[in-house]
Design a protein around this ligand. Structure first.
Ligand SMILES: [Zn+2]
Length: 352
């Protein structure tokens, strides 16, 4: 097997998976019944953004009330250990038996963390197809070190395609960037297996790769919304099966996390991961041109200037990336980036 290692014998592997997933048109109007089918809790904490809640709050509230579920709405805070800790205490104090994350990435991630802190389950209600955290048990919290913290899988995922279709096109393109990243992440996972004897799950790896190939293959003519939503849910499930964010997060995510610090506010998560994927795929010897042209056809940014950052930012991020999470071995640990090498890589791939 030449360096390949399976999971050590006798070690238990735990998979966190959602129990029920509903994808359809107008499903938000059935939110109450969906929640009631999953949990006997009659009190919920809704975590949402004010704009999103303004758009879907009426339908969602009416449905929850019809199902006899009372709730309080909490504003989704910025990603960060402190604001999320505060939200967790609020959810606990509200005596909610369940948290509902209603929104794009931030609200679902916030609900995931707050629910964990409050010791209650959560339901994910994505209103945009912007990242694969909508069904994944993991969440990256900004702090001194951005990490995928072990959280828990959502009890249920309810995705209303009609709502998601109304979200800005940029969010969908960002979700595609987050999916394309799986191509790089899975290769990095193989590196972790080969260099460090890390557990590697063939099935989870294939599932994550398939989610990426679905959007790469269907890039021409624009992505089909429902397919992207299902691929994002499936990628989250792949992470659940893997028991880590490995199949969906490698060097390209570390690059994105580095940019979060170097150029806060520039670009969306999936946009940064997409750009990072172009460069790190080249380092891995993978077909980076295919990744770049897929991103371009999907309407996702492929150049640093597309997200308002300069070459210096890209170079610094490439050099910093691996140090943010030394234990996650990626191509950037094998091919250590110098400033010169990073600049060359960025230019060769057309990122700068
Ligand atoms: Zn991601």
């Amino acid at each position: 097997m030449g360096g390949r290692r399976a999971a050590p014998r006798g070690r238990t592997h735990t998979m966190e998976l959602p129990r029920r997933v509903a994808v359809g048109e107008g499903t938000i109007a059935r939110l109450g019944a969906f929640v009631a089918s999953l949990s006997p809790a009659r009190r919920a904490a809704v975590i949402s953004g004010s704009r999103v809640w303004g758009a879907v709050g009426r339908a969602a509230s009416a449905s929850l009330r019809r199902a006899g579920i009372s709730f309080e709405v909490h504003e989704a805070p910025e990603n960060g250990a402190r604001p999320l800790g505060r939200l967790g205490r609020e959810v606990r104090a509200s005596r909610a038996g369940l948290a509902l994350g209603v929104g794009g990435g931030r609200a679902v991630d916030a609900a995931k963390m707050a629910a964990r802190l409050a010791g209650v389950p959560y339901v994910s209600v994505p209103t945009a197809a912007s990242h694969d955290g909508i069904a994944s048990p993991f969440v990256s919290v900004r702090g001194r070190r951005p990490h995928s913290l072990v959280a828990s899988a959502p009890l249920g995922v309810l995705a209303d395609i009609a709502v998601i279709r109304r979200a800005p096109a940029r969010l969908l393109a960002s979700g595609c960037g987050d999916l394309v990243a799986n191509i790089v992440a899975v290769r990095d996972w193989e590196i972790g297996r080969d260099d460090c004897g890390e557990y590697y799950g063939e099935y989870a790896a294939n599932l994550a790769r398939m989610a990426a190939q679905t959007v790469i293959g269907g890039a021409r003519g624009g992505p089909d919304m429902r397919t992207v939503v299902e691929a994002l849910i499936s990628a989250g499930v792949a992470a659940g099966i893997a028991g880590s964010s490995r199949p969906c997060s490698g060097a390209e995510h570390l690059f994105s996390h580095a940019l979060d610090r170097i150029a806060p506010g520039a670009g969306l998560h999936g946009e940064k991961c997409g750009i990072g994927s172009i460069m790190t795929a080249r380092l891995q010897g993978q077909d980076w041109r295919a990744i770049r042209s897929a991103l371009r056809s999907l309407g996702a940014p492929v150049c640093a200037s597309d997200i308002g950052i300069g070459e210096g930012d890209v170079v610094r991020a490439l050099v910093m990336a691996q140090s943010l999470r030394p234990s996650r071995r990626t191509i950037l640990a094998r091919r250590r980036m110098t400033e010169r090498g990073a600049r060359r890589l960025a230019r060769l791939t057309g990122v700068t």
